[in-house]
Design a protein around this ligand. Structure first.
Ligand SMILES: NC(=O)c1ccc[n+]([C@@H]2O[C@H](COP(=O)([O-])OP(=O)(O)OC[C@H]3O[C@@H](n4cnc5c(N)ncnc54)[C@H](O)[C@@H]3O)[C@@H](O)[C@H]2O)c1
Length: 415
């Protein structure tokens, strides 16, 4: 048992901030002691949730600098939109380097940056401020992924050889806030938003337990992107209406479907394949995560919508629209799955426990900003491949300065 508790401050108390607060009931040796959000009501909501769950007594701070200066805060979690990454990180590191406060560690939500230059800047700033850094890729810490990987490697791989193919997908019916849909603000479309998870969890499943990331060498990337649903005039209108006319998917869409194939080699030169697909046009019960791991004499499969209880409501049960059964829920009637422990099943509880334990032990987390940079490099190579319609050798030249056409407002597959 650690003799010190970690005081954690959240930057951003919106959708993901509140997911983290809920996950905290499964996190030991740390309390949520501060929240900053440019929207004070949102900060109040997240703070009230923390108090109600008994996971901290957060102060609401007027600025990031004030929160860093609070002696109750030892580490901060960044959960603000993608387009704020650098400004938020600069304010944190300026406060630390300027001696306004002391921090042990910092965690940042996915994606680490909208492109490789931003992701590398995040890593560089963390190093300058001498902060331990954690990259918040929750899916690696999902209870199903952790248990499935351990058993596959201990039984199947130990006796018959390593796995050679990992498949991974994340799909739902579209993001909840307008900024996610805007290529420039978010960094891309669904490829940037969700393939970051799939690429990393598939790489993790294929990596021998305890082996470093470098034991898998990315060789080539092939990808495809499309806008399958949201350029239809009906949906163009819908997006316009939820964004005060700002989103125009008729002329400035982002991809709502992406697939990718990454060819790796292991240390013995054996070929390994990662196959990923992701979309914002899956109208099923709700968010669906699926993973598969295949080897010579075994396989594993995970489907987050198949893991828990199912309920059935007849057409006479006309309750309110909600997300009480599953994230991104699309219906309240018929046969529906319940994801009973979303925080554990998606990995938030496990990732936050890992980050807290690493910071308390003075160690760099196993999933850190260097991993966030590597993921961004793979995603940007995938955009290059989709734009050029060919397989790209990794790493391609000019990766560090590449910005996808969709993030420059210059991607329109129907023109
Ligand atoms: N791990 C996952 O599966 C997952 C899921 C959802 C979102 N995310 C990531 O989390 C981040 C936030 O997403 P979200 O869904 O919570 O978005 P959101 O828009 O729901 O919430 C963002 C919050 O940040 C606040 N904010 C904006 N700029 C700020 C600033 N400069 N300083 C302080 N607060 C600020 C907003 O007021 C809002 O409350 C994104 O980077 C997203 O990619 C990760």
């Amino acid at each position: 048992m650690a003799d010190k508790r970690l005081g954690v401050g959240f930057i951003g108390g919106g959708f993901i901030g509140q997911f983290h607060v809920r996950s905290w009931v499964g996190v030991r040796d740390a309390d949520i002691m501060g929240i900053v959000d440019i929207n004070r009501d949102t900060a109040e909501t997240a703070a009230a949730m923390a108090r109600e769950l008994g996971v901290g007594e957060p102060a609401i701070h007027g600025s990031i600098t004030d929160m860093v200066a609070d002696p109750n805060i030892d580490a901060v979690w960044i959960g603000t939109p993608n387009f704020t990454r650098i400004e938020v990180m600069e304010e944190i590191t300026e406060a630390v380097i300027g001696g306004k406060g002391e921090l042990t560690g910092i965690c940042c939500e996915k994606p680490l940056g909208r492109n490789v230059a931003e992701a590398k800047e995040m890593l560089e700033l963390a190093r300058k401020a001498e902060l331990l850094d954690g990259y918040l890729e929750d899916q690696l810490f999902s209870t199903s992924v952790q248990r499935g990987k351990a058993i596959i490697w201990a039984r199947g791989a130990a006796l018959t050889g390593r796995p050679f193919l990992a498949r991974s997908a994340e799909e739902h019916s579209g993001p909840h806030m307008p900024w996610f849909w805007e290529g420039e603000l978010q960094g891309g479309g669904v490829l940037n938003d969700m393939m970051c998870h799939s690429v990393e969890v598939a790489r993790f499943l294929l990596t021998e337990p305890g082996a470093p990331r470098e034991s898998l060498i990315p060789m080539k990337v092939t990808a495809h992107t499309s806008c399958l649903k949201w350029q239809d005039p009906h949906y163009v209108e819908h997006l316009r209406s939820i964004s005060d006319g700002k989103l125009d998917y008729a002329s400035r869409p982002a991809e709502d479907f992406a697939r990718g194939l990454i060819e790796y080699r292991d240390e013995e030169g054996k070929e390994l394949i990662v196959e990923v697909t992701t979309s914002w046009c899956f109208v099923g019960a709700g968010l669906r995560l699926s993973m598969e791991l295949l080897g010579p004499e075994y396989s594993m499969s995970i489907n987050s919508l198949d893991a828990g209880p199912k309920v059935f409501f007849s057409r006479n049960v006309t309750g309110e629209v909600g997300e009480d059964l599953v994230e991104k829920q699309n219906a309240e009637m018929g046969l529906m799955p319940i994801v009973a422990d979303e925080e554990g099943e998606y990995g938030y509880t496990g990732e936050n426990r890992h980050m807290v334990q690493s910071f308390l032990a003075g160690k760099r987390p196993e999933e850190n900003f260097s991993d966030g940079v590597n993921v961004t490099e793979l995603l940007m190579t995938a955009y290059m491949s989709a734009e050029q319609g060919r397989t790209i050798e990794f790493p391609p030249p000019e990766l560090d300065t590449f910005i996808p056409a969709v993030a420059r407002g210059q991607w329109n597959p129907n023109k």
